[in-house]
Design a protein around this ligand. Structure first.
Ligand code: ADP
Length: 153
């Protein structure tokens, strides 16, 4: 059976932190679907089209990585695409606490066996977050060192 993982997130925008996790997870799965979760309650800085384009361009060199968009529960999306794994990155203890609650909830609300797989951020990338990147962009700072080359505003 194909080992399919979903890497869900907002990717508003994709950062070198996301890229690092994706690059290191690519050899572990047959296919990874980088899935942009659309949440009506969230205010995004960049449009869905823009976030998707940056992901596609940045990840073009990986033959087993696809980009998609979904609404609703991540576990429902996993069922739809036949994924048995959810991929998430961990930066710090706050991520751990948050991710632990989500992973347990996901396991509780689905009968299908879906494992959440965590990769620790590489040293030097753990401080990068989309929200800080957005702040740097808003204030016209040097965001280029925090994102893949393809992300240019
Ligand atoms: P969300 O809205 O779900 O938090 P994000 O796009 O912010 O979406 O993050 C998606 C995933 O990428 C999460 O698992 C997050 O922990 C991980 N991630 C983000 N930045 C980093 C980083 N610098 N190092 C490792 N993982 C990261």
């Amino acid at each position: 059976m194909e080992r399919i993982a979903v890497f869900p997130g907002s990717f508003d925008p994709i950062t070198l932190g996301h890229y690092d996790i994706i690059e290191r997870a690519a050899p572990l799965f047959d296919k990874i679907i980088v899935a942009i979760g659309q949440n009506a309650q969230k205010n995004y800085m960049f449009t869905l089209e823009q976030r998707r384009k940056w992901l596609e361009e940045s990840l073009q060199r990986f033959p087993n990585i696809q980009v998609d968009v979904y609404e609703g529960l991540t576990v429902d999306y996993c069922k739809k695409v036949g994924a048995s794994f959810i991929l998430r990155g961990l930066r710090n203890p706050a991520d751990f606490e948050f991710e632990k609650a989500i992973a347990h909830t996901n396991r509780a609300i689905t009968e299908k066996h879906i494992e959440t797989v965590f990769l620790l951020t590489s040293s030097g990338k753990s401080y990068i977050s989309s929200s800080i990147v957005r702040d740097v962009i808003r204030n016209k700072g040097n965001y280029e060192i925090l994102v893949p080359l393809e992300v240019r505003i």
